[in-house]
Design a protein around this ligand. Structure first.
Ligand code: NAP
Length: 298
């Protein structure tokens, strides 16, 4: 099977690159050939370039790890966010339908309104609060409407040793501040990007066997925390590894830390459907915090 990954320089893209380069996925009988594209090599918003990629590469599977991911900046750049997260995804899905390729598309917990208090299942109503969530939800709808073979995976609070993410922001702040305030009234399910990459790869044998249950899935962390509790876990692990941590970490409310984009108060995802369907565990994000820190200080 020929697998193409879009967005190879993002944090998920880098994890996918590493895992495809390792032997892990060769446990399965199918051989996977991968081709990875950075934005400079295949710009999602360049529809002609996308079309040529299908013509020249004839992919069996496309993993779309590229997106406009700047949640706050999206409020002022709604058109660009919509172009990348919706219109380009719509075009990609139509190409997948035309060329009979399977699309694995990544979406977000921010498609929910956050008024729930138990982990969201795939069938629950959506209600995005900001431009980013609205455009990602439009992208999902476009994939479904295209009738291409697809798996949409909603994930949440992604962190890793690569790119920019909350864990790395906390480490940076912790290294030069003694007091840090972190929001304690938004709760979610942190997800290690390497676990998400593994989850994506776990779907390939099902796709190869033509026995894949298409649709929307959730894949995220195995327990729920607030950003404050997530930060506490990061600093506790960092301290045990001898890294500098702040003297005091204080819990604050969202109203004390206003951001341009509203965020859901509760966006934990229930990964049960995915883990049962594709026989893989939800992300053990607490263990992954240690692994990530160890890789960062290597
Ligand atoms: N990060 C999270 O907490 C989170 C949570 C839930 C869901 N997600 C979803 O998970 C997926 C992966 O997120 P991530 O954290 O890995 O994002 P990321 O690190 O921001 O990576 C996004 C990638 O998209 C690329 N990109 C941007 N514009 C592009 C264009 N016009 N053409 C081609 N590529 C383009 C970027 O390239 P450059 O680096 O060159 O700009 C970057 O490599 C996204 O769909 C995101 O919506 C993320």
């Amino acid at each position: 099977m020929k697998v193409i990954i879009l967005g190879k320089d993002g944090q998920l893209g880098q994890c996918l690159s590493e895992q495809f380069a390792s032997a892990e996925h060769e446990l399965h009988t199918t051989t996977y050939t991968t081709q990875l594209f950075a934005k400079s090599e295949c710009d999602l918003s360049n529809f002609q370039q996308l079309h040529e990629m299908f013509l020249t590469q004839a992919p069996d599977v496309i993993v779309n790890a590229a997106a406009y991911t700047a949640v706050d900046a999206a409020e002022d750049n709604a058109q660009l966010a919509d172009t990348l997260n919706h219109k380009a995804v719509s075009h990609l899905a139509k190409l997948c339908r035309e060329f009979d390729s399977t699309l694995i598309h990544i979406s977000t917990d921010y498609v929910f309104d956050g008024r729930g208090n138990t982990p969201y299942s795939e069938s629950e109503p959506t209600g995005p609060q900001g431009v980013y969530g609205v455009t990602k939800l439009s992208g999902e709808h476009a994939v479904t409407a295209s009738k291409c073979k697809h798996i949409i995976i909603r994930s949440a609070w992604i962190f890793s040793e690569h790119g920019s993410n909350f864990l790395k922001t906390m480490l940076r702040l912790g290294s030069d501040r003694e007091n840090i305030n972190v929001v304690n009234d938004q709760r979610g399910t942190p997800t290690y990007a390497q676990d998400l990459a593994r989850a994506i790869i776990s779907t390939l044998p099902y796709i190869a066997s033509d026995n894949c249950p298409w649709g929307i899935y959730h894949y995220a962390g195995n327990s729920i925390v607030s950003w404050f509790e997530f930060a506490q876990q990061i600093f506790s692990s960092a301290k045990s590894l001898g890294l500098k941590t702040p003297e005091k970490v204080s819990a604050i409310s969202t109203s004390e830390y206003p951001t341009p984009a509203p965020r859901p108060a509760f966006s934990a995802l229930d990964s049960k459907l995915f883990t049962q369907t594709f026989a893989i565990e939800a992300s053990d994000w607490r263990a992954a915090v240690n692994k990530t820190l160890a890789k960062i200080i290597q």
